[in-house]
Design a protein around this ligand. Structure first.
Ligand code: GDP
Ligand code: IMO
Ligand code: MG
Length: 433
């Protein structure tokens, strides 16, 4: 049976949530497999706007099983709040949600570390994390000694584990300058809080790896929901201005615990322009009126932190790189309506570095900072398109723009989005998304 994955191809917020919600109709299971509540995925259904952090965007479709797999990092309190928030709005969250006992748990010390480290990086520019403790939790996972997984919270040894880690973290955080000399983590209180959360989460906790492996054998249709975007991938993104997990297609197998070859279709999500939140290089950034226009029209403010997103032109060099990295089969071009009022639109078709044209996205962040984008100018369409539902009804200039994106990036466009609502979607008939 086919399995699909949805991957953001830029710096996150490409509207993955909307596409996952739409594709859920053709799937039995939806899986979040990396990242945590640094993600903010929006689904607009029936006029209601839902913001999801960790719960898969498939949660709104009855009969679909949602899985938060072992490659994620989670803060139990935030997860419970998310469950409660959805339940209060009439969304059913019960047996249809399963959370891996292998997922790593975010503790108060991780928030403190995130806050302290964010401005002390090796690079002078701050990464500008979401301050959700994501990086510190993944660091402990890789370091092993101070890591605690969800499954550990149900063992008799949990209290000892908390005491050991809290003592070590008190020492290390004090040396980082947290809270002055008297800084002390209260292991007893943390143990109590987390034990209470664990009890409430107990009905959802399962061995999701075993569940997914059985589901594959049973021929279930699985949809993997990537978080962040490939340019924020810990290994392949604009390091160190990245998140701490593999947010390109490379993360699916490791994060979900499934063989990589079960994924038969990769859907790549692109905004019709580019945005980035936080620090790091952004070659096509428009820190000017054009950028502000896109920010205003696209409501480009972070779903999680409400920070204004940096905005710029579509970068085909970066997109061609991430499309190949995840071997994308078909593209979804989102937020096309945001560009409607611009008289002309630029696409970055190449980079110049030290006066020479380069075709590959540079591996070092300093070079990404130094590249000079080469632009091609296309006419705008100066006409609202939010009500268009058929590709052929788009203005010619809009169609030309979309097809130029597909051409430059080297993959077909199967879906165009002209508004946040489920209905504001154009499926390109000739493509199989
Ligand atoms: P995600 O993190 O990739 O799921 O994306 P976000 O939810 O963080 O950001 C995408 C934003 O764009 C959300 O507010 C969506 O409701 C909105 N959105 C999605 N598709 C469209 C579209 O085609 N046009 C417009 N104007 N907004 C859209
Ligand atoms: P979704 O899934 C956009 C960015 C942060 C920061 C960097 C590291 O909604 O697309 P972290 O807290 O992960 O250590 O922050 O990554 N970032 C995102 N930007 N969308 C996201 O998720 C992001 N998740 C993290 O702004 O620059
Ligand atoms: Mg988002």
């Amino acid at each position: 049976m086919p399995a699909t994955c949805v991957i953001g191809l830029q710096w996150g917020d490409e509207a993955k949530g909307k596409v996952v919600d739409l594709l859920t109709q053709q799937h039995d299971i939806v899986v979040r497999y990396q990242g945590g509540a640094n993600a903010g995925h929006t689904v607009v259904a029936g006029g209601e706007v839902y913001k999801l952090s960790l719960i898969p965007s498939g949660i709104f479709r009855p009969g679909v099983q949602c899985v938060v797999a072992g490659g994620t990092v989670l803060n139990p309190e935030a997860l419970l709040q998310e469950i409660d928030g959805l339940t209060a709005r009439g969304v059913q969250v019960g047996k249809n949600l399963m959370i891996s006992d292998r997922a790593h748990v975010i503790f108060p010390w991780h928030f403190e570390e995130d806050r302290l480290m964010t401005d002390q990086g090796a690079d002078a520019e701050s990464i500008g994390t979401t301050l959700r403790g994501i990086g510190p939790c993944y660091r402990d996972k890789v370091g092993r000694s101070w890591a605690i997984r969800l499954g550990d919270m149900y063992r008799a040894s949990f209290r000892d584990q908390i005491e050991k880690v809290a003592a070590a973290k008190t020492r290390s955080l004090s040396s980082l300058g947290a809270g002055g000399e008297t800084f002390q983590l209260d292991a007893g209180r943390i143990f109590q809080q987390y034990s209470d959360h664990a009890e409430r989460l107990r009905p959802y906790v399962a061995d999701t790896t075993a569940y997914l492996l059985d589901a594959i054998e049973a021929g279930k249709r699985i949809l993997f929901e990537g978080a962040q975007g490939a340019l924020l991938d810990i290994d392949h993104g604009t390091f160190p201005f990245v998140t701490s997990s593999n947010s390109s297609g490379a993360g699916v197998a490791a994060g979900a615990g499934v063989p990589g070859r079960v994924v038969t279709k990769v859907v790549g999500i692109l905004k019709a322009y580019c945005t980035r939140v936080g620090g790091g290089p952004f070659p096509t950034e428009q820190d000017n009126q054009v950028g502000q226009h896109i920010r205003d029209r696209g409501n480009e403010y972070g779903t999680v932190t409400r920070r204004p997103r940096r905005c710029g032109w579509f970068d085909a060099v970066a997109a061609r790189y991430t499309v190949r990295l995840s071997d994308v089969d078909v593209l979804a071009v989102m937020l096309l309506d945001v560009l409607s009022e611009l008289p002309e639109i630029h696409i970055c078709t190449g980079y110049e570095l030290d006066g020479r044209r380069i075709v590959d996205f540079p591996s070092h962040v300093d070079d990404v900072r130094r590249v000079v984008p080469v632009y091609e100018t296309l006419p705008g369409w100066n006409q609202e398109i939010s009500d268009v539902r058929h590709y052929d009804d788009l203005p010619t200039a809009a169609r030309n723009y979309v097809s130029r994106i597909g051409q430059l990036v080297g993959r077909p466009v199967g879906l165009v989005s002209v508004g946040p609502d489920r209905e504001q979607t154009i499926v390109v008939k000739s493509q199989n998304i």
